[in-house]
Each structure stands twice: as structure tokens, then as C-alpha cells.
Design a protein around this ligand. Structure first.
Ligand SMILES: [Zn+2]
Ligand SMILES: [Zn+2]
Length: 145
């Protein structure tokens, strides 16, 4: 996996960029523009299938190519797509939540993510197995990262 990452960097970026693993638990990958380093969480790398890790790498390489101002806007999307990033997969945790537009909090503080505006009241499944108004989630639309 280190070889792939290096091959992708060699192919699309210049020699100032390096690859490494990091210890993040809440996100899959990172593009650090200051250190010019692309990293993948070793925890997630151990759990993800190869093609999913490849997608994470493409996601981050596209960030490096598009630049920090592009965020997840049209330029990044075009770049990522040209690299072969499908953007369809929802990885549990990091990737899924990174793209989710709606963030919700239950009264106990559990965080929930949705891609579309939730219709109707939703209760927190971690607080209660059945619908209970005491555990209703409050949703907020997230602005672009
Ligand atoms: Zn991203
Ligand atoms: Zn909860």
C-alpha cells in the first residue's frame, strides 16, 4: 500500500510530496499542504479493503493537486474524478461524515450524519431503540469544509 501511494504521488505530484501513515481514528486520510504530506490512518488502513484505501488515496491526491482553496468544490471534484475517484462509496466514519451535509446532535451529544435533509423527526438510535421524543436529533446544515 505504501508503494501504491508513492506511485500515485510520483505520477500526479512532484517530489516535494511524501506519503506516510498517521494515527487518526476519526478520518481516513489527510492532505497536509504545509508539510506536503499525504497520510492515511493506519487504523483504517488495517480495516479497509484495498480498493477502498485506493479511493482514500485518490481523494487526498486530488486535494494536493487542486490546492487548499478548492476544498471539496467543483475543481477538486473534477480532479478527483479524473483520477478515478468514484465518491460513491460511503466508508464508515471519516469519509462518510466528511461529505455529509447534515449534522445532527441528540440531547446526549451523539453525532449523526445525513446526506439529505432528514424528513420528519428522528430519534437517536444510540440513546433509545424505540422512537422517543426525549432523544430527538437536532439537525444543522454544514457549510463547505
Ligand atoms: Zn477531502
Ligand atoms: Zn444519543
Amino acid at each position: 500500500m505504501r508503494q501504491w501511494a508513492q506511485a500515485l504521488i510520483d505520477l500526479h505530484l512532484d517530489a516535494s510530496w511524501t506519503f506516510g501513515f498517521d494515527n487518526a481514528k476519526t478520518r481516513a486520510g489527510l492532505c497536509d499542504y504545509t508539510r506536503r504530506r499525504i497520510s492515511v490512518s493506519r487504523h483504517l488502513a488495517a480495516r479497509y479493503a484495498d480498493d477502498e484505501i485506493h479511493q482514500v488515496l485518490l481523494h487526498e491526491v486530488a486535494h494536493a493537486m487542486a490546492g487548499p482553496r478548492a476544498a471539496h468544490g467543483p475543481l477538486w471534484k473534477r480532479t478527483a474524478k479524473a483520477l478515478g475517484y468514484d465518491g460513491k462509496r460511503t466508508h464508515d466514519g471519516a469519509i462518510a461524515s466528511e461529505f455529509a451535509t447534515w449534522i445532527g446532535h441528540c440531547p446526549a451529544g451523539h453525532v449523526h450524519y445525513r446526506y439529505r435533509r432528514p424528513t420528519g423527526a428522528l430519534a437517536c438510535g444510540r440513546c433509545s431503540r424505540r422512537f422517543d421524543v426525549a432523544h430527538v436529533i437536532t439537525w444543522q446544515r454544514r457549510s463547505a469544509p
